[in-house]
Design a protein around this ligand. Structure first.
Ligand code: OGA
Ligand code: MN
Length: 301
């Protein structure tokens, strides 16, 4: 018989801190407790785990399949040689982008189910990872806004979300995704395992069919500003060795800014969504403004 981990709820609508478990050694019984807590709390923090990359992979892919093209790897402001990245590095620009509230991989046809980060190097100040509970946000919406949101869809594009903050990426960057069209996703997501509704938007969402571009932009940014407020947010102050995992189907996250002269290195694993529930139809970006998706990518799609 294994010992069940203890989950101490965080003082917010989401999140719990898990102790009494060694993630190197998760038997089926322990896994059942962790998975139930993951669905209930949306974010689990496991302090002091210091997992190897291999052990993190093993734990992460209990949640689901590895995300195609997104192997477990570093989220780091250091280059391989240890020098610090600058705006010239794509990774630096993508990490500045991570400072806006988002859901992972909504700009890919198959969005992520879960995200996992663990801390290898932390800066002396800032650099927290923050989480926002989109189930509680949905529940707190007034009836009129719930009705308005139901049935609305938005396009998602990493190219556009990066461009909005001043970073224009080229076609061989951003994993090649902005040449493959923009997934169109409902703004309300019913969780496939819990049945709870959540607001499903974030920084990659930009255009709403049936609404003008400027109106959609304001609607989405007002919605995010309202949703990502206490008591629905938790900011995790990293200690080296901590691991956090979140349910990407109902939780948004972002990185807090920090002085990028200090190293910040996290190990990231992204878990693929389920094609039955996280796969979106993809179409040509309707607001492309001079950008033409490649004919070959469309034909192949
Ligand atoms: C990510 C991400 C946030 C952070 O890796 O997907 O958003 O705190 N990271 O680095
Ligand atoms: Mn992210």
């Amino acid at each position: 018989m294994s010992n069940a981990p203890a989950f101490a709820p965080i003082d917010a609508t989401l999140g719990a801190v898990a102790t009494g478990v060694d993630l190197n050694d998760v038997d089926d019984d322990t896994w059942a407790h962790i998975h139930a807590a993951f669905l209930r709390y949306g974010v689990l923090v496991f302090p002091g785990q210091h997992l190897s990359d291999e052990a993190q992979r093993t734990f992460a892919y209990r949640f689901g399949d590895r995300m195609e093209g997104r192997a477990t790897g570093r989220v780091s402001n250091q280059r391989r040689d240890g020098t610090i990245t600058t705006e010239k590095d794509e990774a630096f620009r993508l990490q500045r982008g991570n400072e806006g509230w988002h859901i992972d991989s909504t700009y890919m046809p198959l969005a992520a189910k879960a995200g996992m980060l663990s801390a290898l190097k932390v800066p002396p100040a800032g650099g927290q990872t923050e989480f926002a509970d989109m189930r509680a946000a949905w529940d707190a919406l007034d009836d009129a806004t719930q009705t308005k949101l139901t049935g609305l869809r938005a396009y998602h594009s990493l190219y556009r979300s990066q461009r909005k903050i001043g970073f224009v990426h080229s076609t061989d960057q951003l994993y090649g995704f902005h040449t493959k069209g923009a997934p169109l996703r409902p703004l309300v997501k019913r969780h496939p395992e819990t049945g709870r509704n959540a607001i499903y938007a974030g920084r990659h969402a930009y255009g709403i069919p049936g609404m003008g571009a400027a109106e959609a932009e304001k609607f989405l940014s007002d919605l995010m500003a309202w949703a990502c407020q206490p008591p629905r947010i938790y900011s995790h102050n990293w200690q080296v060795g901590d691991l956090a995992v979140w349910d990407n189907r109902c939780v948004m996250h972002r990185a807090a800014p920090y002085d990028t002269n200090h190293p910040r290195v996290l190990q990231s694993s992204r878990v693929s969504g389920d094609p039955a529930t996280e796969l979106a139809p993809t179409s040509v970006d309707p607001l492309a403004e001079g950008f033409e998706p490649q004919a070959s990518a469309q034909a192949a799609g």
